[in-house]
Design a protein around this ligand. Structure first.
Ligand code: 13P
Length: 254
C-alpha cells in the first residue's frame, strides 16, 4: 500500500475465454460491491474478441474492462493488430503493454513498449506497463539493474491523457505458483518508486505500482500489504469471479 493511492486489482485473462465465460464478468461486476469499491478499483483485461461484450456486461457497474496489448499507430496496414481507439470504441478503459509474454513471444523491445504506452496514454486509457526480471537475471543478482533499464526504456518521458500504471511481474513467478518473499517485493517496489520520483518528481509518488505473479486469494493479503504495492495484476486467478473477488477481499482486512 502507499498512503493516498487507491489500489487497483486487475485481471489479465491472457488467451483464455470465449463468450461462454461472460458469466464470470457478470459475477465480478456484481461482486464488486460498494464496500470493495470504497477500497479499490477493479479491472479485467480480456481477449480483444471479448472486449465489447465484456464491456456491455459491466456497463452498469464499476468494474472496468481493458485489452492486453495495442499497436502504437492509430490505423493502417497492420494485420491482426488493434489500435487504442478500437479498444476505447469497444468499451475498454485500459490496456496492458509490455507483458513479458509479449516481450518473449513477439520480440517486443522496451522501446516498442514505450511507443505503445504513449499511444495508450494519448487515447486516455489507463496504461499498465509491465516489467520484471527472468529467473536467470534474479539468480545473477541483476534484478534491480533489469528493472532500472526496463523502466528507463519502457516508460514515456512525459504524457497526458490516461493514467500510467507500472506492474512488476517477475517472469519466474508468472503461472508457476512461486512468489518472491514480501521483503523481495518490498525491495523491488521501493526501488521502482525511487526511480519514478527521480525521473518524474512528485508525480512519481502517485503512480500505482502493481505486483503480478501467482497472486491468489491465499497470498493476496501478505503481498498487497507490502509498502509501495498498490494492487495486483492477476493471471490465472482472474479467470474465476470467486478467485478475483477473493483477492480483492484482502483489502477489507489490510
Ligand atoms: P499468474 O497470476 O497466472 O501468475 O499471471 C500473472 C500475470 O502474468 C498477469 O499479467
Amino acid at each position: 500500500m502507499t498512503p493516498g493511492i487507491k489500489p487497483l486489482v486487475a485481471g489479465n485473462w491472457k488467451m483464455n475465454g470465449t463468450s461462454a465465460s461472460l458469466g464470470e464478468i457478470g459475477a465480478m461486476n456484481t461482486g464488486f460491491d460498494a464496500g470493495l469499491q470504497q477500497k479499490i478499483d477493479m479491472l479485467v483485461c480480456v481477449p480483444a474478441t471479448l472486449l465489447f461484450q465484456a464491456s456491455e456486461v459491466a456497463r452498469n457497474g464499476r468494474l472496468q474492462t481493458g485489452a492486453q496489448d495495442c499497436h502504437a499507430r492509430s490505423s493502417g496496414a497492420h494485420t491482426g493488430d488493434i489500435s487504442v481507439a478500437m479498444i476505447a470504441d469497444a468499451g475498454g478503459s485500459a490496456v496492458i503493454v509490455g507483458h513479458s509474454e509479449r516481450r518473449a513471444d513477439h520480440g517486443e523491445t522496451s522501446e516498442a513498449v514505450r511507443e505503445k504506452a504513449v499511444a495508450g496514454l494519448g487515447e486516455g486509457l489507463q496504461t499498465i506497463v509491465c516489467i520484471g526480471e527472468t529467473e536467470e537475471e534474479r539468480k545473477g543478482g541483476k534484478t534491480l539493474d533489469v528493472l532500472k533499464e526496463q523502466l528507463a526504456l519502457s516508460l514515456p518521458d512525459q504524457w497526458q491523457g490516461g493514467e500510467l500504471v507500472v506492474a512488476y511481474e517477475p517472469v519466474w513467478a508468472i503461472g508457476t505458483g512461486l512468489t518472491p518473499t514480501a521483503d523481495d517485493v518490498a525491495e523491488a517496489h521501493a526501488f521502482m518508486r525511487a526511480e519514478l520520483v527521480g525521473r518524474y518528481g512528485e508525480i512519481g509518488n502517485a503512480i500505482r505500482l502493481l505486483y503480478g505473479g501467482s497472486v491468489k486469494p491465499g497470498n493476496a493479503k501478505e503481498l498487497m500489504a507490502v509498502a509501495n504495492v498498490d494492487g495486483a495484476l492477476v493471471g490465472g486467478a482472474s479467470l474465476k469471479a470467486a478467485d478475483l473477488l477473493g483477492i480483492a477481499a484482502a483489502y477489507l482486512e489490510i
